[in-house]
Design a protein around this ligand. Structure first.
Ligand code: TIU
Length: 230
């Protein structure tokens, strides 16, 4: 049996099903000044620190020919998929749909809504547009996972305690074995990231496991050897 060194104990890789990497919302709207994260009053540049490590993890999955699923938090231009409660929240000058320096905030197709160029999806990778914080809500994510016999998820992206944690909890309730990659997720609040890591792996892994990108790649290379990595 192949395992990955993780907390609270070893994470077992599947014998007869597949794994996937989920990259949550690595968008300019959260990572750069002038986007949604900035409009909510956050210190956005601090999210940049994970980009090189997450890029290596994505490249490792590509080398192993394992599925990669990117998500984008966004709404339709007419906001018909956005609850008024979500628009009102925040009380900042700019809100969802407002014209900002990178186009309309959190609107599908606007320059600021796209994934940062360093982590741009390649053809053949899945891209899920999601109106909520969780990636399962009002999307075809579960259908994609079932169609590809994916049972094990490596969860990364931003922000740790909002969209990343919500997605991991949604996945856990649906029976997926989830591991949060701690050096590939970041929050505007370092203490919230730390608390999230601790709460998901508490109580014997009540929501799942945590580990690092290096351990994940080491475990996956042994599980699915590839020319690129061995
Ligand atoms: N505000 C915040 O921390 N996050 C979000 O609104 N969305 C995601 O986490 N992607």
């Amino acid at each position: 049996m192949s395992t990955i060194s993780a907390l609270p104990y070893e994470y077992e890789l599947p014998a007869s099903s597949n794994v996937a990497l989920i990259v949550i919302d690595m968008q300019r709207d959260f990572m750069e000044p002038g986007g949604f994260g900035d409009a909510l009053g956050n210190d956005v540049p601090r999210l940049q620190a994970i980009v090189p490590t997450l890029k290596k993890l994505i490249e490792g999955f590509r080398s192993l020919e394992l599925p990669i699923i990117h998500t984008i938090e966004c709404h339709l231009p007419d906001l018909s998929d956005c609850p008024p409660a979500k628009i009102k929240r925040g009380k900042g000058e700019l809100t969802i749909g407002s014209e900002g320096p990178m186009g309309r905030i959190l609107i599908k197709g606007e320059p600021g809504n796209g994934i940062i160029p360093e982590l741009a999806p390649l053809p053949g990778e899945f891209v899920i547009h999601k109106p909520g914080k969780g990636a399962f809500y009002a999307t075809n994510l579960e259908l994609i996972l079932k169609e590809h016999n994916i049972t094990h998820l490596f969860i990364t992206g931003v922000t740790t305690e909002v969209c990343v944690q919500t997605t991991m909890r949604e996945a856990n309730d649906r029976g997926y074995e989830c591991l949060m990659v701690e050096d590939c997720t970041e929050s505007y609040f370092p203490e919230f990231k730390q608390s999230t890591l601790e709460m998901v792996r508490a109580q014997g892994g009540i929501v799942g496991w945590t580990s690092t990108a290096a351990e994940v790649l080491k475990g996956l290379a042994a599980w699915k050897p590839s020319k690129a990595l061995v």
